[in-house]
Design a protein around this ligand. Structure first.
Ligand code: NAD
Ligand code: GLY
Length: 358
């Protein structure tokens, strides 16, 4: 069964196609899009070994001319150096404005290949084929592309929407359990920020999610993409409510930054960050301790961490002050109002807010 969701952005609207065994149909899907014939498929050795052949064969059968580039695997390679090697590959192989890019991989590849597409020759079309749960429910949708700077996550980037997102749920079979949990953290996020019923559904389906039951995963991915598409439609460039998607991320990014990229999975850091945000929300009286406990229980039952790693309060504060959401020294936090709703809260004294939590 093929599910279709649209990200409605006027002349830059695009479809998300979601189903099982879709990789084998990549060529046909791209033909419908009238995607450029010459394609750079940007991936990494792990994903290439599992799925590269299926994608390249399907493209070739449909008359495309794909060339594969493998970046090294890991968050620490979402860097200037790897980006430069992607540009080198494109230039050395005479890619021009009539060519396209496919991002085949998790969020690291998706963000970096997307940024290469946004900037190479001032922008060439690209398609996202996300292969981790986290990339399927979050990073492949909405057009945020970026690389990391040694001083902060995703500090160099662009908003640049793909032509299509092709989600094959079958590729989740080969993911490490830790990666499935990391993706589920972002799924839980959607429940907290916008859909109480979805949050309850997640609580009821923990076991099936852990077992990677196909139908359960399809619904979890579909609902997540729908919520993200609705928010991106209303605020593509994060002038207002798109910031809701960063629930748990300010603290999560600080964890990733302080512990060195790669130690904590992004979704794991977000899991801890959501608990911290929920505790801050309780401090403001926006939610109850019972709701903090409920969120903690759901995340823990999905094998996610909920306790901050041991860095000093000063280290956390300095790191959070580098957050992209800091303006003139004030930090804007996304805080939950109960479960299923959020709002933005400007915080002037970051240290005192976090001192009772850390
Ligand atoms: P990742 O891309 O590093 O993938 C995790 C691991 O899984 C890697 O080793 C990868 O090679 C492997 N892998 C990928 N697909 C696989 C498969 N099907 N089977 C087996 N192994 C597979 O990590 P991620 O969690 O997908 O993405 C994290 C990145 O996404 C971070 O850099 C984060 O900043 C970014 N992100 C971006 C957005 C956005 O809106 N653009 C949103 C959330 C996260
Ligand atoms: N992952 C946050 C966003 O896409 O805005």
């Amino acid at each position: 069964m093929l599910e279709k969701i649209t990200v409605p952005l006027a002349d830059r609207s695009y479809p998300i196609h979601l189903g099982s065994e879709l990789l084998f149909k990549t060529g046909g899907e791209l033909s419908h899009l009238q995607f450029p014939q010459r394609i750079a498929v940007i991936s990494n050795p792990t994903v290439d070994r599992l799925y590269g052949r299926a994608v390249l064969d399907s493209l070739e059968k449909s008359g495309f001319l794909p060339l594969l580039f493998n970046a090294p695997d890991g968050e620490e390679y979402k860097s200037f150096e790897t980006l430069q090697s992607i540009y080198d590959f494109l230039i050395e192989n005479n890619f021009d404005r009539g060519c396209g890019i496919i991002a085949l991989g998790g969020g690291v590849i998706g963000d970096m290949a997307g940024f290469a597409a946004a900037t190479f020759l001032r922008g060439i079309p690209y398609v996202q084929i996300p292969t981790t749960l986290l990339a399927q429910v979050d990073s492949s949708v909405g057009g945020k592309t970026a690389i990391n700077h040694p001083l902060g996550k995703n500090l160099i980037g662009a908003f640049y929407q793909p032509e299509m997102v092709l989600i094959d749920i079958a590729v989740l079979d080969t993911l490490e359990p830790r990666e499935v949990s990391a993706g589920l953290a972002e799924v839980v996020k959607y429940g907290v920020i916008s859909d109480y019923e979805f949050f309850c559904w997640l609580e009821e389906n923990v076991q099936k999610l852990r077992e990677r039951d196909g139908e359960t995963l399809i619904y979890a991915v579909k609902r997540s993409c729908q919520i993200k598409a609705e928010i991106v439609e209303l605020d593509e460039k994060e002038g207002s409510i798109r910031a809701y998607l960063n629930y748990g991320h300010t603290f999560g990014h600080a964890i990733e930054n302080l512990s060195g990229y790669g130690q904590f999975k992004h979704g794991e850091a977000v899991s801890v960050g959501m608990i911290v945000a929920c505790k801050v929300s309780a401090q403001y009286g926006y939610c109850t301790q019972q709701e903090v406990d409920r969120l903690t229980h759901l995340l823990q039952s999905l094998d996610l961490p909920t306790d901050p790693p041991e860095f000093s309060l000063d280290e956390y504060v300095i790191s959070m002050q580098r957050d992209k959401k800091v303006k003139q020294g004030d930090l804007t936090l996304v805080l939950n109002r109960g479960i299923g709703d959020v709002s933005l809260q400007k915080v002037t004294d970051i240290k005192s807010i976090f001192s009772s939590i850390l």
